[in-house]
Design a protein around this ligand. Structure first.
Ligand SMILES: NC(=O)c1ccc[n+]([C@@H]2O[C@H](COP(=O)([O-])OP(=O)(O)OC[C@H]3O[C@@H](n4cnc5c(N)ncnc54)[C@H](OP(=O)(O)O)[C@@H]3O)[C@@H](O)[C@H]2O)c1
Length: 251
């Protein structure tokens, strides 16, 4: 597969590494100052585009993918405010977009099991829950997309009986129906997410800690392999099982 990279920072370079190891070719890189004509040239040569850039670039990246009729993987986070409009735009143009707040396959499994466990225990008396995330100090958004996804999935699984709160109030207690999201920024940490459950007799922590960025890159490349030849607006979570059983010879 020929891949065009949008963004060539920490994640763009990890995608290049992983994609090349899977036998794909990087046909070009689009960065902040890349002129429009060059962006179009990269997209034209690509079978798929993979975007790990900045939230404010996502609408233009979607427009580029639709104009050149290329499948687009969006790994960039922080563009939630545009999500609905982009979904409509992609569907109206019969485009092909797959996005995820977190492309790590292990994180998707962590989210599923963390929500199931928390939902089960919070039905019992005396249990409380919190979420913590830790990332490198260069991260531009907080809480992380993954922490927000965990919080919202928990909120829905509990029939909206518990509200996530970030940041924790400084001059009052949390309400009974609220749970806290904690955020830390330190050094070069790739990404840690933790679910904390406090019960009357027990304390449970489930932690996912990324050992490198390659796990995110791997999921994004697998998603690109799956997306080529399909149209629609997909999330990684909803098609993950299908992606994992996708035949290798289609690469
Ligand atoms: N979904 C996931 O699994 C996942 C995992 C990790 C990170 N992320 C997200 O991925 C994004 C990138 O993270 P990162 O750590 O790689 O960031 P980074 O190291 O800061 O790299 C960002 C890259 O985006 C480029 N860029 C900025 N504006 C652009 C524009 N208008 N058009 C094209 N490229 C542009 C930058 O170009 P220059 O080099 O020219 O400055 C840079 O190469 C963030 O939103 C992060 O939260 C997602």
């Amino acid at each position: 597969m020929h891949i065009g990279l949008i963004g060539y920072g920490r994640m763009g370079q990890a995608v290049e590494r992983v994609a090349t190891a899977r036998g794909h070719h990087i046909v070009g890189v689009i960065r902040r100052e890349t002129p429009i004509a060059m962006r179009e040239a990269v997209a034209q040569q690509a079978d798929a585009l993979i975007d790990f850039s900045r939230a404010d670039a996502v609408p233009d990246n979607v427009a580029l993918a639709l104009a050149t009729k290329k499948p687009l993987i969006i790994g960039t986070t922080g563009w939630d405010a545009h999500r609905l409009a982009i979904e409509r735009q992609v569907r109206a143009a019969d485009g092909s977009v797959l996005h995820a707040l977190n492309f790590s396959i292990a994180v998707q499994a962590f989210l599923k099991h963390a929500v199931n466990l928390a939902t089960q225990l919070l039905q019992l008396e005396g249990w409380d829950v919190a979420i913590e995330e830790i990332h490198h100090r260069g991260k531009a958004d907080a809480p992380s997309g993954t922490a927000r996804a965990l919080a919202m999935r928990l909120h829905h699984a509990l029939d909206a009986s518990h509200e996530p709160v970030y940041p924790v109030p400084t001059e009052r207690r949390l309400d009974e129906n609220q749970f806290a999201i904690g955020v830390l920024r330190v050094g070069s940490e790739f990404g840690t997410h933790r679910l904390l459950l406090d019960g009357p007799f027990d304390w449970i922590e489930i932690t996912h800690r990324a050992k490198s960025r390659d796990g995110f890159a791997y999921g994004a490349v697998r998603a690109a392999e799956w997306l080529v030849g399909r149209t629609g607006f997909f999330t990684f979570q909803e098609v993950l099982n299908d992606i994992l059983t996708h035949r290798e010879e289609q690469r």
